[in-house]
Design a protein around this ligand. Structure first.
Ligand code: TXA
Ligand code: MG
Length: 346
């Protein structure tokens, strides 16, 4: 299949109208979209991703008014959208328009992307556009055009070129349909901010997962591959002390990569870096130089770089990725959740 890769919003809107599948960037991650009014096209999205059929899609709208035409918004929903949209907030609402995908559900996940170019594109498609994150099911979401092209050229009808994602993790999902509003997925909009509007917000224990791999429990050699929104490499979630310690002992630096806040200059400039200068075969094949360290200064920057770093690590056959735990405070909630998932034993 020929994939149209273009920044021409009307050409790519036409594709959606014709029942085709188009990948587009949002401020969170790339989405793989089809018309919410076209069941066959939406089902193709599931095929392309290998996504389980029981996992519904988010419908992307251009405006609050367009959401109100499709769903029961209510005062609370309107207030939340007025405060946090356009932006990384997804609400689960009751459907008014029962013909929207997925037809068998009475609820619809709705969100308004931040970039005005994307909202214009959705408007031109006749909207809404249903889209899960653009990744193969089980792998991390994608945040770079180069990765999107590598995975999906030839598999989708179009790829819209526009501003790349900046938040880097998927939207916060809040359900407004049950007895109490409930946080279904943490993200950049955090539960504390939401509670200003939703004092009775139910926040499930976000980190009650099977134990994450820690430095003390994981064998230092490659092992099983993990499939839960995780790269192929082992992901280890480390405290700051463990993170710094791991530069010095135990890991083969050629097969290991690090992402976090703490990277003393002496480690960067020392023996470890010299060892790594004997570059890998991939660099000779023309890939850009791989940096085994991704140093960040805030949780937000960490989130924005995380998935692209995971992709680069897999491309360069890194076996172990050591991730420093995020700092408590702003940006912690969603990032911590994604790191826990990536480091989860399966
Ligand atoms: O940032 C994002 O949300 C990205 C961009 C592309 O918008 N999209 C995304 O989609 O992450 P996806 O499919 O990977 O995640 C959507 C989440 C899933 O956990 C899904 O189960 C949930 O939203 N969801 C969708 N419709 C729902 C519904 N009607 N009721 C409850 N949960 C729903
Ligand atoms: Mg996803």
């Amino acid at each position: 299949m020929k994939t149209l890769i273009s920044s021409d919003v009307s050409l790519l809107a036409n594709l959606i109208q014709e029942g085709k599948v188009v990948i587009f960037p949002t401020e969170t991650v790339y989405g793989i979209g089809a018309s919410t009014k076209n069941e066959v096209a939406c089902l193709r999205v599931y095929e392309i991703k290998g996504r389980p059929k029981d996992n519904p899609l988010i419908a992307h709208f251009p405006s609050i008014e367009s959401i109100e035409d499709a769903c029961v918004l209510g005062d609370l929903g309107r207030k939340l959208l007025e405060k946090f949209s356009p932006g990384p907030l997804t609400l689960i609402l009751s459907k008014k328009d029962k013909s929207l995908f997925p037809k068998e559900l009475d609820t619809l996940a709705v969100r308004i992307p931040k970039n005005p170019v994307i909202r214009e594109w959705i408007r031109l498609t006749g909207g809404p556009v249903s889209a899960p994150s653009a990744n193969l099911s089980g792998r991390p979401s994608l945040t770079k055009l180069t990765d999107v092209v590598r995975y999906f050229e030839g598999k989708v009808d179009g790829i819209l070129i526009a501003e790349e994602p900046s938040f880097g993790i998927e939207s916060t999902v809040v359900s407004l349909v049950g007895e109490h509003p409930t946080l279904l997925r943490p993200g950049s909009i955090e539960s504390e901010e939401l509670k200003t509007f939703l004092p009775d917000l139910v926040v499930p224990n976000l980190f009650e997962t099977s134990p994450a791999r820690s430095l003390s429990t994981v064998p230092l050699s490659p092992g099983t591959k993990y499939k839960h929104y995780a790269p192929s490499a082992h992901v280890i979630l480390a405290s700051t002390d463990e993170f710094i310690h791991s530069f010095q002992v135990g890991f083969d630096p050629k097969e290991t990569a690090w992402i976090g806040f703490s990277c003393p200059e002496k480690v960067r400039k020392g023996k470890l870096t010299q060892d790594l200068e004997k570059t890998s075969a991939k660099e000779e094949e023309g890939f850009t130089k791989f940096d085994h360290f991704s140093i960040v200064s805030t949780n937000e920057e960490y989130a924005s770089k995380l998935y692209a770093f995971f992709e680069a690590c897999d491309l360069f056959n890194i076996q172990t990725i050591v991730c420093e735990a995020p700092k408590p405070g702003r940006g912690w909630e969603g990032l911590r959740n994604r790191l826990e998932k990536a480091a989860q034993k399966k």
